[in-house]
Write a protein that binds this ligand. Structure first.
Ligand code: MN
Length: 418
C-alpha cells in the first residue's frame, strides 16, 4: 500500500487519519459559513461547495453541493462516486495545478463544527457479533440458551428510529422508562440505572434496492461506513424486550461519527467473515471478503478526570457483513433507500478487554471496571464521556474514522410531575 502524497502537509504522515488515500465525506460549518459538504485532508477540510462553484468539481448538470448533506451524491451511483474521488484527488495531490485556488478553500478541522453527514432515511440495528450475542445471551438466558436457534442462520435485527440519530459531540440525556429490578414485585417508572454504550460500525446505504438482492449487489449499494454508538438502557431493555425485541431502550439516541469513510478507501483492508458452523442459505452466502480490518477503541472519561481505554477490538470479529445484513433486509421486498443506516451490532472480541459494551465489560454489573484514578464503573454515570475511535492501518498509511463522542447528562426531573 502506497501513501499518496498531498500538498496539504499534515496529510502525509503515515499516522494521519486523513491522508489522500482516505478522503472521508462530512458536513461542516464555521463562524462565517453555513453547513456545507466537505472532505477531510490531514488536519484540514476542503470546502466542496466552493470547489464546485469554482468548477474544480463537476459531476452532473447543475450543482450537487448546494445542499448540506451527501444523499444527492449517493443517488448518482458508483460511477459518479468514482469520478468525484478522482476529481478531489486531482485537487489535493502533490503539485496539483489547483493548489493556488484550493488553498483558500481549506478550513482547519479545529475551527469547524461538524453536522450529520447525511439525511438518515431509516435506521436498522443488527446483532451480528458472535461474542457479544454469546455474552449477552449468557447473562439474560443462561449459557445453554445463549445463542438463539436462528442466530447462526440469519443476521438478527430490529427497526430503530432514524429520528434518534445524532452526530458525534451531541450530549445524551439519561432517559426515564419503565423498568423492573429482578427482585422487585412491581415495575416502576424511573431514570435508567443501567445506561450503556454499544460500539458498532454503521453502513450507509447509497442506492435504492429493487426487490430482493444478492450479497454482492448489496455490497455494491453501500456508500461507506461510520462509527456508531447505540446508546442502550439495559434495565428498560431487560423488562421490555420479550417477545418483540428492544424498543424504548434503544430510542434515546444513536451517535455517529461525522465522517463517512468510503468503501473505496477501505478496499485494501477487506477480510473474510469467520468460519461458519452451518452453511448459510444461498441468498446469504459469502461471495468474497466483505468485512474490514478496522481497529476500534473505546475510552471512558469521568467528570473527576478518571480515564481509561476500556475496549480494544476489531470490526473483523463480526459474524455477518453489512452486505449480508443488507441482502437479508431486502428478502421480504422491503425497499431500502439512500440514507438508510445499518448498525453492525456490538463489536466484541473473545477476550474481556475486547468487549464492546459496559454490560459485557462489567458482566452485568457483577465485575465493575476500574478507571486510572481508582473510580469504578458498572454502567455509565452522569457526565461520563464515551470516545470511540477507529482506523484501518498498514505500515505506510492510516485510514481513520476520527472519533464518535458523547457525554451522558443527568436525567431531568420526572417528566410527568409537572
Ligand atoms: Mn446495537
Amino acid at each position: 500500500m502506497r501513501l499518496l502524497t498531498s500538498w496539504v502537509a499534515s496529510a502525509n504522515d503515515p499516522q494521519s487519519p486523513f491522508p489522500l488515500n482516505n478522503l472521508p465525506y462530512g458536513v461542516f460549518s464555521t463562524a462565517d459559513t453555513d453547513p456545507r459538504c466537505g472532505v477531510a485532508i490531514g488536519d484540514m477540510i476542503l470546502d466542496l461547495q466552493a470547489a464546485e462553484e469554482a468548477d474544480m468539481i463537476k459531476l452532473d448538470e447543475g450543482s450537487i453541493f448546494d445542499v448540506p448533506f451527501w444523499n444527492e451524491v449517493m443517488e448518482l451511483g458508483p460511477e459518479a462516486w468514482k469520478k468525484l474521488r478522482k476529481q478531489i484527488t486531482a485537487i489535493l495531490k502533490n503539485a496539483s495545478a489547483h493548489q493556488g485556488r484550493a488553498i483558500d478553500m481549506l478550513t482547519p478541522q479545529s475551527e469547524a463544527t461538524m453536522h450529520l453527514p447525511f439525511l438518515v432515511s431509516e435506521y436498522t440495528d443488527f446483532y451480528a457479533g458472535r461474542h457479544h450475542a454469546t455474552n449477552v445471551g449468557t447473562m439474560f438466558r443462561g449459557a445453554e440458551n445463549a445463542l438463539p436457534p436462528n442466530w447462526l442462520h440469519i443476521p438478527i435485527g430490529y427497526n430503530g428510529r432514524a429520528s434518534s440519530v445524532v452526530v458525534s459531540g451531541t450530549d445524551i440525556r439519561r432517559p426515564w422508562g419503565q423498568l423492573k429490578a429482578p427482585d422487585a414485585a412491581q415495575p416502576e417508572f424511573a431514570p435508567c440505572r443501567r445506561f450503556d454504550f454499544e460500539l458498532e460500525l454503521g453502513a450507509v446505504v447509497g442506492l435504492p434496492s429493487d426487490g430482493p438482492i444478492t450479497v454482492q449487489e448489496a455490497d455494491d449499494l453501500i456508500f461507506g461506513y461510520v462509527l456508531l454508538n447505540d446508546w442502550s438502557a439495559r434495565d428498560i431493555q431487560a423488562w421490555e424486550y420479550q417477545p418483540l425485541g428492544p424498543f424504548q431502550a434503544k430510542a434515546t439516541a444513536t451517535s455517529i461519527s461525522p465522517w463517512i469513510v468510503t468503501k473505496a478507501a477501505l478496499e485494501p483492508f477487506r477480510v473474510d467473515t469467520p468460519e461458519r458452523e452451518f452453511e448459510l442459505l444461498d441468498h446469504l452466502k459469502d461471495c468474497g471478503p466483505m468485512l474490514y480490518d478496522i481497529s476500534l477503541e473505546v475510552g471512558l472519561l469521568s467528570k473527576s478526570g478518571g480515564k481509561k481505554i476500556i475496549t480494544e477490538t476489531n470490526y473483523k470479529e463480526m459474524y455477518y457483513s453489512s452486505a449480508q445484513q443488507l441482502a437479508h433486509h431486502t428478502t421480504s421486498g422491503c425497499p431500502m433507500n439512500p440514507g438508510d443506516l445499518l448498525g453492525s451490532g456490538t463489536i466484541s472480541g473473545a477476550e474481556p478487554h475486547q468487549r464492546g459494551s459496559m454490560l459485557e465489560l462489567s458482566w452485568g454489573g457483577k465485575e465493575p471496571i476500574e478507571l486510572d484514578n481508582g473510580e469504578t464503573r458498572s454502567f455509565l454515570e452522569d457526565d461520563d464521556q464515551i470516545v470511540m475511535s477507529g482506523a484501518a492501518r498498514s505500515e505506510t498509511l492510516t485510514i481513520g474514522f476520527g472519533t464518535c463522542v458523547g457525554r451522558v447528562l443527568p436525567a431531568l426531573e420526572n417528566p410527568y410531575e409537572r
